[in-house]
Write a protein of this length. Structure first.
Length: 109
């Protein structure tokens, strides 16, 4: 058989498409930043914290602050673990600097 007489699949080079599987990406786990009520931290300071660290408007910050005051705990925001941890640290540091016992914590959503 001459070179040009060969049929596909009869010893010739095989051709095909290589399909590379795409890795499945998962969304990161999210965490709620919770603020706990106490009887000593001034309400205005809590509103300031919510505006500064959680980018809340004055009205939204006041609403969250009143929720925390009445219910004992409230959600400030929902973030990835690292962001939530950083925000808790920032709030706690500012509270300590101003001698307030304000507490924040994180909880998996």
């Amino acid at each position: 058989m001459a070179e040009g007489d060969k049929r596909e699949g009869e010893g010739g080079p095989a051709t095909g498409v290589v399909v590379k599987p795409r890795p499945k990406t998962k969304k990161p786990a999210m965490y709620k930043v919770l603020m706990l009520n106490d009887d000593y931290t001034p309400m205005e300071f809590v509103v300031h914290v919510l505006e500064r660290f959680f980018q809340k408007s004055r009205d939204e910050a006041t609403r969250i602050m009143m929720h925390v005051h009445r219910r004992g705990v409230g959600v400030c925001g929902i973030y990835t673990y690292e962001v939530a941890e950083t925000k808790v640290t920032q709030v706690m540091d500012l509270a300590r600097q101003n001698q307030h016992p304000l507490q924040c914590t994180i909880e998996k959503e």
